[in-house]
Design a protein around this ligand. Sequence first.
Ligand SMILES: Nc1ncnc2c1ncn2[C@@H]1O[C@H](COP(=O)(O)OP(=O)(O)OP(=O)(O)O)[C@@H](O)[C@H]1O
Ligand SMILES: [Mg+2]
Length: 400
Amino acid sequence: MAAVDSNPPSNSEVVVSVRGLTKVFKDFWNRPKARAVDGVDFEVRKGEIFGLLGPNGSGKSTTIKLLLGLLNPTKGHMEVFGHSPRHVQTKARIGYLPEESYLYRYLNSRETLNFFGNLFHLSKEDRHNRTEQLLEMVGLGKTQNRAIGEFSKGMQRRIGLAQALINDPDLVILDEPTAGLDPIGCREVKDLIVALARRGKTVILSSHLLSDVEDVCDRVVIYYGGKIQAAGTLKELLVEPNTVRITTPVLPKETLAKVLETIRKDISTGEVRVDNPTQNLESYFLDVVAKAKQSAKETSGAQSGARVAEYLRGDQPAQPAKSADKVLEKLSLPQAPAIAPATTPAPAKPAINEVKLDALTQATPATPAVPPPSETKPEAKPVDLSKADEKLSSLLGGKK
Ligand SMILES: Nc1ncnc2c1ncn2[C@@H]1O[C@H](COP(=O)(O)OP(=O)(O)OP(=O)(O)O)[C@@H](O)[C@H]1O
Ligand SMILES: [Mg+2]
């Protein structure tokens, strides 16, 4: 088992603090049924992207629900922004994307965001502006008149993400944010997460997609059986200190032979390997789509979004929301009450739109050229922060 080191690296404000957190689900007769979370400790600081990893049933979603005050802990202590998770002003500063969407299936995207904006007591103007920006950001601007019940899984995820950001939260908690998204959507969500963190928001996410976690998270904890088995920065956890990788442009055969000969003189045992680094499938896929876009192919469904809503810049105070807890309660309902279809507007016919991938191609990083020798995975494509940030800055009128 790897050493457990859940200490965050910086001295910035502690946003979430969890000590000895335990949740035991009990049956009708109060007998223990499942020890979902078992003596968990960690801290998350402002601006961090913190990943909860672990196999099915290991306690990730239960931890998230405890942090949101939707479940009561059996034991242990938790603070979010220095208060109990049930503190109403604390809840107003949190955005939550649940594991499953529990949105009203007969409302369209615009009505849904308006509904959640209302729960947060946003003014009509704020609701309107944020709805516009969020729908554009998640690529649902052209399908906003269709009922959410008709949406594909990935489109439901996108509207769920927009809903989680309507209150301009300081802490964003995302349970499997990329589940069901196509690779373009995944990349956009990852870029969005990085952009939010760069602007001082704190993000906690759970995911099974390890490459996604690797691309965005500063620190992770790995759960098994409700306990944290390993914790730390990805570099700490993944580095292989006993090997070195040197990457160079292609060398003439003779030079390579000489280098290998020199190396072998110094190494009595152990493998010396020479190969060509490969790019990962995601970067290859995005290149193919970018080329298709250049030849002006058309598609229906979700569009490429990724324009970070202007109001999410992080230099504006979060809107106070008296009844933020109502939002969390709504999201935690096992089944949202259906609204009679007769009382809702008929869903408009979907428009077939041309895919606009400009934002995506701008944000798509180039394949890493020469990684530092200590890197163990040159094929993993990091988020290109300079380009994403450049794009954001231009969208935000040069401000950060
Ligand atoms: N409401 C509940 N009542 C009883 N047991 C529960 C409840 N919610 C979760 N559990 C149990 O707690 C354990 C942890 O579940 P949890 O949903 O936190 O896992 P997870 O890590 O999010 O899994 P997944 O990756 O499948 O989403 C499981 O054994 C699960 O059956
Ligand atoms: Mg879960």
